[in-house]
Each structure stands twice: as C-alpha cells, then as structure tokens.
Design a protein around this ligand. Structure first.
Ligand code: ATP
Length: 858
C-alpha cells in the first residue's frame, strides 16, 4: 500500500509478510477455592485432566446437556503460576507487537474468578520481556507509547488523565474505531512504565461486592504501541518503520445480582458490565461461524474498541478464568461456552511495515545492483543460459516493480493534488512540486523533502493511540452514534437532521420539515409540460433542433390587465419584476448553440441562430410603465395565487427564504427599482451609443457568477438562458435577475450562512470527508487556516450537497436538456449517473459538457 499524506493505495509488491489467518489462542485458568468458598465447604467441581482438557465432575447429577470435557489450547490448574500462564498462553502473542503485529491479550470470566490477578501479572511479565527484547536489539531503534482506558458504565475514560469526562469514539476510515483525545505517553524507561501502571491501577473503578472485595467495575484496556526503525536509518525522516500495538484487556466480570448482592451503584455497574459482555459474547459467537453477516460490534463500546482484536488485524490470546466452586458452576460453564466459540474465531495477523519511499527504493536498488553483479559474474563464468535467463527475469521484474511503485506514487500525488486544486490550495505547498508542476515521476527525481511513505503490506502507520486498524466492513457502516462522519451510503440530511446542531441561521432546525414543503413547491414549480404545452422538446430532436418558444404573452404584453388575470403566462412584465420569471413556449425558437459555450464566454450564441420574436423598445417601456404602477405589496399575494397553475421554474429567493427564514426586509423595494433602472440603463445605452452586446455580455457574466455563488439550480439557469437571447429588450429580465441574485447573495452573506453558498467547496469538503480521516481533515483545515466555525459549516455544506434526492430528480430535467444540447451520447439512467459522467475526467475533454458541469449543481 502506498500512502501519501493520508492517501493510500494497495499494491501487491510482496514486501513484508502477507496477513495470515490464525485462530485466537484460548486457554483456561482455574483458580483455587478462596477463603470464603473454603469456609463454606464448597466442593471443587472442575478438574484439569491434561494440559489442554478440563472436565466438570458434577455433570452426571445435573442431567444437563452440557459437555463434561472441554479442550482448549492450554488448561492451567489451580496450582499453575501466572508466570506459567504467561509463558505458555500469552508471551508469543504479546511479543508479536515487537515484530509489527498487533496483538491483544484478554482475561474473561465471571466476577472473582481471577482476571485481574492473572492480567496484572501477565501485563508486567510481557512488558518486562518487551523491554528486555528492546534493550538487546541493537539494530533497531524503538519508540514506545503508552495509553490506558477504562469503560465504566458504557463511558470511555482516560486512565492517564485526571479529567473524568467520557471520551468519544470516532470512526476513522483508515484506523477503525479510535478514542478521541486519548492521552498517549512516550515511555522513557521501565520506571516510567511502572509509574504509569500504578497510576492506572489507582484510577480504575473498583468496588466491593459480596463476591470480591476489590471487584473491577470497569473494563480496562492498557495499550503499548511499539514503533521500531532500523538503526541504519535512524534519525532519517523517511526511515522504514515497524509499528504495532499490544493490548492488555482486563474485562469486568459477569455477575449475578443475586450472587453479588449488589444494589444501587453496584447494580447499575453490574447491568452495564453484563450488557457489554453479552455483546462481546454475541460478537464472538457470530465470528466463530465466520465473518459473514452482520457482527454487532457497534452494540457496545467494548466491542467497538476491540473490533480488530476480535476479528481483524491482530494476534489474540484469551485467558478464561474459572472459579472452581460449585455455586459458580453455571457461570463457569458459560465462560467455557464463550471460550469454545472464541477458539473458532480467526484473526488475520499482519506485519505492519511502514516503509518510506526512500527506504523502499534504496532496498530495491540494492537488490537490483546485487542481481546485476551476479549476472555479470555468471556470464563471465559460463553459467547455464537458464540460470542467466532467470536472473535477467528477476531484474526485469524488479524494474517493473519500481515502475509500478512510481506510477502508484504519481497517482496518489495526483489524487491529492486534485483535491487540493479543488480547494484552491497552493499546489506549490506540496513537497514534490516545483512551481505547481509535478516533477519527473522517475525514482531518480525524488527529492530529499519528499515525505511520502510507502506502507508496505496492508496498514497505514497509526498515529492515534487506541485505534484498531480496521477498515469498516460495508455492512458495518452505520450511522455512528456519537460521531457523524460522512459515509457514502448515508444521506447527509439524515446526519444533519439527527446529529447536527441547528445552523446559526435561524429556522434551520426546521429544515427537515421545510424541505418537505419545498419539495412540494418544487413539484408545483416544475413546468407542467402536459397542461401548459410549454415544453415541446421532442425526444428525437437533435442538438440543433430542440425547439423552444416564447410565451404568447410576449405578444400580448400591451394588455397588462389581461395578463394579470391570465396567470398561466408568467413572462409578464409584472412577473418579471416580481421575479416570477418563467417561460412557456409555443412558437418556434431554435438554438443551435450550447449554453455551455455561453458560459465559456461566446456571446455570439445570443445573437445567432435564435429565431425569436423580439420586443420593441416601446413594448418594454410600456411594460415597465405598467409594472411600476403595479402595487408592490400585492405581488407576493399574487405570486402565491398564481403558484398553483403557473409554470414557475424556480425561485431561489423564495425557496431559500423558506428554508432559511431569510430576513427579506428591503427586498421588495429593491426589486421595485429594477424596472426604472432597466429603462434608465436602456435609455443611457441608446443615447450614448454604447454597444448593447458588450453591456449584455458583462451582465451575463455577472449573472453566471452570481448563479454560481448562490447555487442556483440548473433548471432555472437553463430556462433563463433559453429565454434571454441578448436583445436589448431583455434588459428588464436581466436587471431583475441581477437584483434578485445580488439580494440573495447579500442576504446569505450577511446571514453568515454559507449554507447555500459555494457548493463547489462543499463538494470538496465532501471529498475530504470521505477520503480523509477526521484527524487528517482537521490538519488540512488547520493548514489552510480555516477557522472552527467554517469547518463546521463545511461539514454541513458537504452534507447538504446530497441532501435532497428529489432535487436530483428535479435537476434531471435540466440535465436532460443539457445532455441533449451538448450532444452527450453516453448512456445514463439516473441523475447520479449523469452527474458521475459529467464529473468523470473523460469529460474534461468534452468541452461543451464540461462547461455545463458548473451548472450541474442544484
Ligand atoms: N490463580 C489464583 N491464585 C490465587 N488467588 C487468586 C487466583 N486468582 C484469583 N485469586 C484471588 O481471587 C480474588 C479475586 O480475584 P480477581 O480480583 O483477580 O478476580 P476478578 O475476576 O478480576 O474479579 P472482578 O471481575 O470482580 O474484578 C483475589 O483476591 C485474588 O487474589
């Protein structure tokens, strides 16, 4: 896998060991009868008949269906020492972490069965061995990091911190579940470690029950992360690194309230303990049948955190502890049932090697040089042709491998650049670029400052302290309960509605409801092709023959009264001023040019190929006069009255007003000035002899800019462009549009919303959210100087982007027109497909379509 600044790709280069499935090592430890049990004259029901088999002596009398004998990897009787348990049942697993394999050792069993007794010893022995090993290994340099948590009443707590605030669990796409803000301490020496262990012990929740005076009331996970670098490279930033963690897990014990005699706090603790152990049992049981189907890791914090240790990239040992007493026989059997299932669970122990690009290349170059010199010697010493061929073949393979790596590196860089470019980030910041250009992709060209890393064999280097290195299974992707990160298969609106605090903009808390009403509005606003016969795009029409016509109202504009009554025609002067610009077509209006070209700036499209009825300046003036006499206050009412039967294309202001409760003060007055302003401009223009086409071009550009900034839907844009032909008579419409958009933009800006703005950035944010871990994303935000508030906004924006499926459907109508206009031949069935098609790099060369891409926002 290649990793560059958080982007990663797999490559099967064969470096490092491949992950091998292996079973969890399961052993059982039987403790001696304790004082109380002895005092009660309890008999011991269990006997270890060999080092791997234990039998229940009590079975016959019970008429039960439970097995009498249980076989595991190891069985330890009451006389076994913890050292023995460690040596045989945990050492190999614990020390795997030194070699880059994540490992976990658990103690599982009922309360008072000896879990803490066993785990504290094992932790000490293992850590001591790890320290010894490290001290004796001179060819590598080690960095040790220590962290510890407890899960108490379903709250995760940092045992190294005095702050008892529960920590959040985050789902990291690369690392799996991580504990947010967990303290991770770099270990200085053995004494430092002992201090930390003592501190954890003191911090852990302990309580007295009738079964155990010092009963652990929480699950404890102590983690040591070991990173090692070959001494040869030590101090060099790009050195290759082995990295893995070992977890020491001392679970709280299952208990029966009747036996522990617990009440109040103890009872509550017991309930939490039992519930999470029940989930652990279910997870283990399901995993024992294979990893198919849904495994309910997310049902408890414990299983979420331990997900990797249970069925992922880890080597795991479970030590099940038993009380021998007859009173606990049922609990002991349950423990053994758990152990039986655990025996069947397979994990995949993989070596986590993070090899720097430099180190990897160096290694390859050395191997190649060696092979080449061998080859040279062979040819001079008359070796058989077959052997020489074999060596040549090896060299060839190595060359290919290096080329492949170079390609992957470049691909990863390109991906990163693409994202940064979209974010408007200076490409020169990237370590491998010079003046924004990629350097040569050959290995010879790699620079000292190139920090990209090759993560060989499977896992990205872990930076977080309690990560579990897992890639969440698709089936496992559910809405996180405490961290609303963005996943492909979840509607962002769900996130937004459920997990995000209301936007600073007032009214946003009603988004979900208003969306519904908007949806309805939009259904109303969608041109009714049938009833109004306004849209006569023939399915067979070619790009050049898509026909549109203007409303007959254009001819009847001198009859304003008539128009007011005939609300079917929206292109009345009134409606233009009151912004109900909508378009119906009955006559023939042919356009042979693409609107994409318009966006590109080819104004000629407005003058040529358009057969339309033009309005005289006199018409316009008359219309404007009539409109200025029209009462502004009645406009909204009229708009509402007309809405039912009208062909309202899209009214962004109204929609946003509804969604966001915009303050529309001043809007009407501002819009009322549109007509006189347009007349004035038309007069000035004709008096000064100014070239209208230039004025129009300027305004057109401004409109496009504002559309972009305000994210005006494609549908609206399409219709607007189809109507506005660039004639002087369009000036009113243009003025109205400009004013409406400027007002909208201003309002949105002032309202500090950002919500409706800049979906391009939202798109980027979405990309970022999906491709980067939360940590990396935050780092980028940090780097780009994006403050906290706008970070949150971006997250929300990115979610808004995919909020309304119905909007996509809505935009599809426009998209279809566009596709036709630009002559898109590729098949697409759904709006999403069209969007994907439009965004595919292939279409960057598809000039016309790509110019429309900015419009494919909605
Ligand atoms: N193998 C053993 N040999 C001698 N004493 C033991 C052994 N195992 C446990 N004990 C003793 O039994 C008691 C209970 O052990 P421990 O606290 O480890 O149980 P636990 O399973 O961790 O209980 P809980 O779940 O309530 O925390 C302790 O006093 C401990 O010293």
């Amino acid at each position: 896998m290649v990793s560059i600044n958080g982007l990663e790709m797999r490559h099967g280069d064969g470096h490092g060991q491949s992950g091998q499935e292996e079973k969890i090592f399961v052993s059982v430890r039987l403790r001696p009868l304790n004082e109380k049990e002895t005092a009660r004259n309890e008999s011991c029901d269990w006997e270890c008949v060999s080092n791997d088999t234990i039998i229940c002596k009590n079975n016959v009398t019970e008429r039960s269906t439970y097995p009498t004998a249980y076989t595991f990897d190891r069985i330890y009787g009451s006389d076994a020492t913890t050292r023995q348990v460690y040596e045989e049942g945990a050492k190999r697993v614990a020390l795997s972490a030194i070699n880059g394999i994540n490992s976990s050792i658990f103690a599982y069993g009922q309360t008072s069965s000896g879990k803490t007794y066993t785990m504290s010893g094992i932790t000490q022995y293992a850590l001591s061995d790890i320290f010894d090993h490290i001290n004796n290994q001179h060819d590598r340099e080690f960095v040790l990091k220590f962290s510890a948590i407890e899960i108490y009443n379903e709250c995760v707590r940092d045992l190294l911190s005095t702050d008892r605030t529960p920590l959040r669990l985050l789902d990291d796409p690369e690392k799996g579940t991580v504990v947010d803000k967990l303290t991770e301490v770099h270990l200085r020496d053995w004494m430092h470690l002992m201090e930390l262990l003592a501190h954890c012990e003191a911090q852990r929740q302990i309580g007295e029950t009738s079964l155990n005076e010092v009963s652990s009331r929480s699950h404890q996970i102590i983690r040591l992360t070991i990173e090692s670098t070959p001494t040869e490279f030590s101090g060099i930033e790009n050195a290759s690194t082995l990295t893995a963690s070992v977890n020491f897990v001392d679970l709280a014990g299952s208990e029966r309230a009747s036996q522990t005699l617990s009440a109040g706090t103890r009872l509550k603790e017991g309930c939490h303990i039992n519930r999470s152990l029940l989930t652990l049992g279910t997870v283990i049981r399901k995993l024992s049948k294979g990893r198919n189907g849904h495994i309910p890791y997310r049902d408890s914090k414990l299983t979420r955190i331990l997900q990797n240790s249970l069925g992922g990239n880890a080597r795991t040992a479970i030590i099940c502890t038993l009380s021998p007493a007859r009173t606990h026989v049922e609990q002991s059997r349950n423990t053994l049932l758990f152990a039986v299932c655990a025996k069947e669970v397979r994990t995949s122990a993989q070596v986590n090697v993070v090899m720097s690009e430099k180190a990897l290349v160096k290694q390859l170059q050395q191997e190649m040089a060696k092979l080449q010199s061998e080859l040279k010697n062979m040819s001079s010493t008359n070796h058989s042709e077959a052997i020489i061929k074999e060596k040549e073949h090896q060299i060839q393979k190595m060359e290919q491998e290096m080329e492949g790596l170079a390609r992957e590196r470049d691909l990863a860089r390109a991906r990163l650049e693409e994202i940064l470019r979209a974010a408007g980030v200076d490409q020169n910041l990237l370590p491998w670029t010079e003046s924004g250009h990629l350097r040569a992709s050959s290995w010879d060209g790699h620079s000292e400052s190139d920090r990209s890393e090759f993560v060989v064999n499977n896992r990205l280097r872990s930076h977080a302290s309690l990560d579990t290195y897992s890639y969440p299974d698709k089936n496992e992707l559910q809405i996180p309960d405490d961290d609303p990160y963005f996943f492909d298969n979840i509607s962002p609106s769900e996130f937004m509605d459920q997990y995000f605090a209301p936007d600073p903009i007032q009214g946003m808390e009603n988004t979900a409801q208003t969306m519904e009403s908007i949806k309805k509005d939009q259904i109303n606003e969608t041109p009714d092709h049938e009833q109004n016969s306004s849209y006569i795009e023939s399915p067979s029409s070619s790009v050049t023959s898509v026909s549109y016509s203007r409303s007959p109202s254009l001819k009847r504009t001198d009859d304003a009264h008539d128009q007011d009554q005939n609300s079917n025609y929206m292109e009345s002067p009134q409606s233009s001023v009151t912004e109900n610009v909508s378009y119906t077509r009955t006559a023939s209006l042919k356009r042979s040019t693409s609107c994409g070209a318009m966006i590109e700036g080819d104004s000629s499209v407005f003058e040529k190929n358009v057969v339309a009825e033009s309005r005289s300046e006199g018409d316009i003036k008359r219309l404007c006069r009539q409109d200025s006499q029209h009462s502004a206050t009645s406009r909204d009412e009229k708009e509402m009255q007309q809405a039912e039967g009208d062909v309202i294309v899209y009214n962004p202001t109204r929609t946003l007003q509804k969604v966001m409760n915009f303050d529309m003060t001043g809007y009407e007055d501002y819009m009322a000035e549109a007509t006189p302003k347009a007349i004035e401009a038309a007069n000035n223009s004709s008096n000064s002899g100014e070239d209208w086409s230039l004025v129009f071009e300027k305004q057109r550009r401004k409109i496009i800019e504002l559309w972009d900034e305000c994210n005006i839907p494609l549908l609206h844009r399409t219709y607007f462009f189809l109507l506005i032909t660039g004639e002087p008579s369009d000036s009113v419409y243009i003025e109205v549009e400009l004013r409406r958009l400027s007002f909208l933009k201003q309002t949105v800006d002032h309202a500090a919303s950002g919500r409706a703005l800049n979906l391009e950035r939202a798109m980027l944010a979405k990309k970022l959210l999906r491709k980067f871990s939360a940590k990396e994303r935050d780092e980028l935000f940090e780097k780009w100087g994006i403050d906290l508030e706008s970070r949150n906004r971006r997250v929300q924006l990115s979610q808004l982007l995919w909020t309304k499926t119905d909007d996509i459907e809505h935009a599809m109508d426009s998209a279809k027109i566009v596709a036709k206009l630009v002559g898109l031949t590729e098949p697409y069935n759904t709006p999403k497909e069209l969007f994907a098609l439009s965004f595919s790099p292939k279409h960057e060369s598809h000039g016309l379509l790509s110019s429309w891409i900015p419009m494919l926002r909605y």
